[in-house]
Design a protein around this ligand. Structure first.
Ligand code: ISE
Length: 325
């Protein structure tokens, strides 16, 4: 899904990059890619594209369990990478990826945590850092999807969905995550049997800010990502419904987003444009693979917290100076 979305973005809206190759072994999907950009050449394996083309950069949009297998050859070829979130489902895979990257002279991987490029998220972060409303005390986060993909599992709820908050909460607060606790409200009987939905995640940062997250992947009606920030002298809220307010048959209607592609459309555009600009300048912009590793450590603690009563501490390796900016 994100591959097609990014193909359109690079071909139609982003300046400074030319899409020359798409790696897609599935014929039906590669036909969609070719219909969008007729000049593009299709490959089954990234290694073949690397050998045949003069690539500068690669955007990775495979499902997360395949990221490591694609990132390693990309990094070994010295390519700049924008890797869709998460960097990898587990800290072990993330550590192998960052070890490969550190053999290059500087960071080459940007991770696709697009919320960092969402205007409202950026404004909220600035408000928190400014302390104009006093110190930040707590965050209430809402993360609702209309429906989960078939076969969605409890661990994917954490490493595919909540991983956004596991990156955005420490980024907004300016503090690393110290611990995670998970509780389950009454279960939505419409969810597939393997899934506990919704879930309440309690994230504590090292300075004691608490963030509660309602993750609800079968909300039914639309896509919502909201944050309410509680300060000493006020509150701030981002992610309210968008669009025109209408009276329909005597009812006042506010339209909702139906998916992340529309809710974060301009954040994705900004993210990819800034990545392309940075690659042309020999840098990366936005979240690095180190940030991706930190989110995967927090996600592993989250998966453990799903099976544990009480808090699970989040512990990570010391940060290599390689990732200093
Ligand atoms: C999906 O992969 C995303 O990244 C969306 O932003 C998130 O809301 C959804 O839960 C994930 O499955």
């Amino acid at each position: 899904m994100m591959g097609i979305d990014h193909i359109k973005r690079i071909a139609r809206r982003v300046n400074g990059a030319t899409l020359v190759a798409v790696v897609e072994p599935d014929e039906d999907r590669s036909k969609i890619a070719a219909s969008l950009v007729p000049a593009v050449r299709i490959y089954d394996r990234l290694e073949d594209a690397i050998e045949a083309e003069e690539l500068d950069a690669v955007l990775v949009a495979t499902p997360a369990p395949f990221h490591e297998a694609v990132l390693i050859p990309a990094i070994e070829a010295g390519l700049a990478v924008l890797c869709e979130k998460p960097l990898a489902p587990t800290p072990e895979e993330s550590l192998r990826i960052i070890a490969a990257e550190q053999r290059l002279g500087r960071p080459h991987i940007q991770v696709g945590f697009m919320r960092r490029f969402d205007k409202e998220h950026m404004e909220l972060r600035e408000l928190i850092a400014s302390e104009r409303l006093g110190r930040l005390l707590a965050l209430h986060c809402i993360h609702r999807n209309p429906s989960a993909p078939p076969g969605f599992t409890n661990d994917r709820v954490i490493f595919d969905s909540v991983v956004h908050e596991l990156d955005s909460v420490p980024w907004l607060v300016g503090d690393p995550i110290a611990s995670i606790e998970i509780r389950y409200p009454r279960r939505n009987g419409l969810a597939e049997p393997q899934l506990n939905d919704p879930q309440f995640i309690l994230i504590e940062t090292s300075s004691g800010v608490l963030a509660d997250v309602e993750i609800n992947v079968n909300a039914g009606f639309g896509y919502q990502v909201r944050v309410e920030a509680v300060f000493e002298r006020g509150i701030a809220e981002i992610g309210r419904p968008f669009g025109i307010a209408k009276w329909v048959d005597g009812t006042y209607v506010l339209s909702e987003h139906d998916g992340f592609e529309s809710r974060f459309a301009s954040a994705y555009d900004t993210e990819v444009q800034r990545w392309v600009d940075a690659v042309r300048a020999g840098r990366i912009d936005g979240p690095s693979s180190w940030d991706g590793y930190l989110a995967s450590v927090a996600a592993a603690a989250g998966v453990e917290a799903q099976r544990t009563d009480g808090r699970v501490d989040v512990r990570h390796e010391p940060r290599p100076t390689f990732y200093d900016r």
